[in-house]
Design a protein around this ligand. Structure first.
Ligand SMILES: [Zn+2]
Length: 291
């Protein structure tokens, strides 16, 4: 129950119109804070690592810590590799024990995206019950967002969705709909809700076939998040928000306690801040009580 892939939890979320938070972590304190908040709320959880922390901390260390922590909790917890553009590294992480892998070949031409995504899907499904997320269209960084929304060709084309899903066999799809990584510079980022709605109707009408992922959760207004869930988004990626929370908490504590040399107190303060931030997300996503 506790160590799981992303399939069942996201099918349930899509059906019941809530979303599971997928939180990027870079250290143990963040991981513990995220897990504790979800255990307290009885919410399903996806822990994410980008490729660089997986190299910095070490794949075997991340998986060992994930198994030790998730294995003793009775809520479903998935370990997800985020935005990996290297097919071989995707396979390696599957071998190490990640339970959900995102192969991001979205910058490749459509047919090459299909080919690479399919290769990872076939591998992950053969070595274990590991789910795979693919991306169609390009989720931009905030700096590119203005450019991207002006150029709709960067967004996911609903006409390309069915063939992509059928030929790759991918378990989850992240369609680019105008959300962006980083911190939005405007209060009203341009998000194409109707595009997500259309893709949902194609894939998840009568039967939930391929749950949909929203990238760039940080800084989206609450009402946008709720609308995106209503339109079919069932996994929300949150990275920058958590990193900022952790760095701000550490900075504040050190600034206020410059003469103190007790890392335990610093960690406790930072973990508390992470838990408070994650609780805000759990409330917004409606995932409390769903595990
Ligand atoms: Zn992303």
């Amino acid at each position: 129950m506790s160590i799981v892939n992303a399939r069942e939890m996201l099918i349930d979320a899509t059906k019941k119109k809530y979303a599971v938070g997928a939180f990027n972590i870079t250290n143990l304190i963040q991981l513990e804070g995220v897990v504790e908040a979800h255990v307290d709320a009885r919410a399903p959880l996806i822990i994410q690592t980008s490729v660089s922390p997986s190299k910095f901390l070490g794949q075997e260390v991340i998986v060992a810590v994930y198994r030790a922590i998730a294995g003793k909790e009775d809520i479903p917890i998935c370990l997800h590799l985020d935005h990996c553009t290297d097919v071989e590294y995707c396979k390696q992480c599957a071998d190490f024990g990640w339970t959900n892998i995102m192969v991001d070949a979205s910058k490749q031409a459509y047919d090459e995206n299909i080919r690479q995504t399919k290769e990872v899907v076939v591998y992950c499904h053969s070595v274990g019950d590991i789910t795979v997320e693919g991306e169609l269209g390009t989720v931009s960084g905030v700096e590119d967002q203005v450019k991207v929304v002006e150029d709709e060709s960067q967004l996911c084309n609903p006409d390309e969705v069915m063939r992509f899903v059928e030929e790759t066999g991918v378990d989850l799809l992240a369609p680019a709909i105008g959300t962006a990584h980083g911190v939005y510079k405007t209060k009203n980022p341009k998000v194409d809700f109707e595009r997500l709605g259309k893709i949902t109707r194609l894939l998840n009408g009568e039967k939930i076939r391929t749950p949909l992922v929203v990238h760039g959760g940080t800084g989206l207004p609450d009402d946008y998040v709720r609308k995106l869930i209503a339109m079919g988004g069932s996994k929300f990626n949150v990275s920058t928000d958590l990193k900022r929370t952790w760095i701000n908490a550490v900075y504040e504590y050190i600034y206020a306690n410059r003469e103190e040399y007790d890392p335990g107190k610093l960690d406790k303060h930072a973990k508390k801040a992470i838990k408070a931030k994650v609780n805000e997300w759990i409330a917004m996503l409606g995932s409390a009580g769903k595990a």
